[in-house]
Design a protein around this ligand. Structure first.
Ligand SMILES: *Cc1c(COP(=O)(O)O)cnc(C)c1O
Length: 423
C-alpha cells in the first residue's frame, strides 16, 4: 500500500475511519478528508469545496465555524480546557434546556447521545424494577448493547443482536416493534407489559432517513406507557433544536418521562444530555442509587460552544427562515426529480428531510427498505462529483444550516437538475 492519507488511515484505523458512516466511496472511490469548514461549505484536503448537507450529522445548525461559536471556544480555551469541578456554564446550560423544554425538570450533561440513551434506560430500569425495553425497528439510539438490536420481521419481536459481541441474553431484553404501528406496540405490552421498563423512540425518526410519525403515534406511546407503568423516553438526540425550538415532544404538547439530547445542543463538540421528571433524575448519583459519571461531562469548551449556538437559535425568526429554506430545497428536489420521471417522495421535519427514491413517503423501516437504494447511490455520487455533499446513505437525513442561504439552495437545485437528467 502507498502513502496517500486514505492508505495510511486504513493501516492504523479499523476500516480507515473512526465511525463507520464515514467510509463512503467518494469521487475517487474513497472518502474525502476535510481540511476546513466555512459556513455551508466543507473544503477537502485537496481544496475542493462541497456544499455540505451532512453538517457533522446534525449538530452544525449554524453552519461551519460560526463566528459566535468560534469566539466562545477560543475565549474559553485560553482560560482552561477542563477543570473537574463545577462551572457556571453547566448551570446555565441546564437552565437553558429546562426553560425551553416544558416538562423537563432537571438534566445531566454527558458526552454523547449514546451515553445519554444508555443512562436513560438504566434509570427506567431502576425506577420500575423491570428488565425489558421497547424500541422501534429502523431507529438508532447509539451503540450500546441494549439498543444495538436488529429490526424484527414480525409485529413485536424479541431482539437479536445487530452487532457481534452483544450477548443474546441482553439483546433478548429489547423488544422491537415497527415504527408507527400502535397495534404492535399494544401487543408487545399485552404480552410483556409487567416486565417493560420503557419505550424509547425517535419522535421523528431520522436514522432510517427522516420518517415523520402518524398523528396518533406519539400520543399512543404516551398513553400506553402510562397505562402499564412504563417510562416513555423521547430520544431527541437528532431532533432536539433541529426540528424546531426545544423538542418534538414539547412542540406537540407531550411530556415524556425522560428526554435524551445531543448534536445541536453541543454545536459540534462532544455533548449529550438526558433529562426529564424530577422523580427520575433524583435517582441519579450522587442524589440517588443509579450510577453514572464522566471525566469530561459538562466540559467548559463544550458548554461554551453549545450555549453560544443555542443563543443564536432562540433569536426571533431563526427557525421560520431555516425551515422555509429547507422546504425550498426539499420541494425543489422532488419537483426536479419528477420532471425527469424519477419516482421520489420526501419527509421533512423542520430543518431535516430525506429524499426517498420511491413514489410515496415510507411509514416504517420495511417501507424505507422498499425504495430504490441503488438509484439513491447514483444520485449521491453524481451530486458529489458536482460539488454537493448529500448524505452518503439513503438511510440518513439531510441537514440544512442557517448559512444555506437562497443562493446556495438555488445552486444545489441547479446541480440536482443536471443530475436527475442523467439518472
Ligand atoms: C446520533 C444519535 C444517537 C447517538 O449519538 P452519538 O452522539 O453518536 O453517540 C442516538 N440517538 C439518535 C436519535 C441519534 O440520532
Amino acid at each position: 500500500m502507498g502513502d496517500t492519507l486514505w492508505e495510511r488511515a486504513q493501516r492504523v484505523l479499523p476500516g480507515g475511519v473512526n465511525s463507520p458512516v464515514r467510509s463512503f466511496r467518494g469521487v475517487d472511490g474513497q472518502p474525502f478528508f476535510a481540511d476546513r469548514g466555512e459556513g455551508p461549505y466543507l473544503i477537502s484536503e485537496d481544496g475542493t469545496p462541497y456544499i455540505d448537507y451532512v453538517m457533522g450529522y446534525g449538530p452544525l445548525i449554524l453552519g461551519h465555524a460560526h463566528p459566535a461559536v468560534v469566539d466562545a471556544v477560543e475565549r474559553q480555551a485560553a482560560r482552561g480546557i477542563g477543570y473537574g469541578v463545577p462551572t457556571r456554564r453547566e448551570v446555565e446550560m441546564a437552565e437553558f434546556l429546562t426553560h425551553h423544554i416544558p416538562g423537563l425538570d432537571m438534566v445531566r450533561l454527558v458526552n454523547s447521545g449514546t451515553e445519554a440513551t444508555m443512562t436513560a434506560l438504566r434509570i427506567a430500569r431502576a425506577a420500575t424494577g423491570r428488565p425489558r425495553v421497547v424500541k422501534f425497528a429502523g431507529s438508532y439510539h447509539g451503540h450500546h448493547d441494549s439498543l444495538l438490536i436488529k429490526a424484527g420481521s414480525g409485529a413485536a419481536t424479541l431482539g437479536v443482536p445487530d452487532s457481534a459481541g452483544v450477548p443474546s441474553e441482553i439483546a433478548a431484553l429489547t423488544i422491537t416493534v415497527p415504527y408507527n404501528d400502535v397495534e404492535a406496540l399494544e401487543d408487545a405490552f399485552r404480552q410483556y407489559g409487567s416486565e417493560i421498563a420503557a419505550v424509547i423512540a425517535e419522535p421523528v425518526a431520522g436514522n432510517m432517513g427522516t420518517v415523520v410519525p402518524d398523528e396518533d403515534f406519539l400520543p399512543a406511546i404516551r398513553s400506553i406507557t402510562e397505562r402499564y407503568g412504563a417510562l416513555w423516553i423521547s430520544d431527541e438526540v437528532m431532533t432536539g433544536f433541529r426540528v424546531g425550538l426545544g423538542t418534538v415532544a414539547s412542540q406537540r404538547g407531550l411530556t415524556p418521562d425522560l428526554v435524551t439530547l445531543a448534536k445541536v445542543i453541543g454545536a459540534g463538540m462532544p455533548v449529550g444530555a438526558y433529562g426529564g421528571k424530577r422523580e427520575y433524575l433524583s435517582l441519579v448519583a450522587p442524589a440517588g442509587p443509579v450510577y453514572q459519571a464522566g471525566t469530561f461531562s459538562g466540559n467548559p469548551i463544550a458548554t461554551a460552544a453549545g450555549l453560544a449556538q443555542l443563543h443564536e437559535v432562540v433569536q426571533p425568526d431563526f427557525y421560520s427562515v431555516l425551515v422555509m429554506r429547507t422546504e425550498q430545497l426539499a420541494k425543489g428536489l422532488v419537483e426536479r426529480a419528477r420532471r425527469h420521471n424519477i419516482p421520489v417522495s420526501v419527509h421533512q421535519a423542520g430543518a431535516m428531510f430525506t429524499l426517498f427514491f420511491r413514489d410515496t413517503p415510507p411509514r416504517n423501516f420495511d417501507e424505507v427498505n422498499r425504495s430504490d437504494t441503488e438509484g439513491y447511490r447514483r444520485y449521491f455520487h453524481l451530486m458529489l462529483e458536482r460539488g454537493v455533499f448529500m448524505p452518503p446513505s439513503p438511510f440518513e437525513s439531510v441537514f440544512v444550516s442557517s448559512r444555506h442561504d437562497a443562493e446556495v439552495i438555488e445552486k444545489t437545485l441547479a446541480v440536482a437538475e443536471e443530475v436527475f437528467q442523467k439518472l
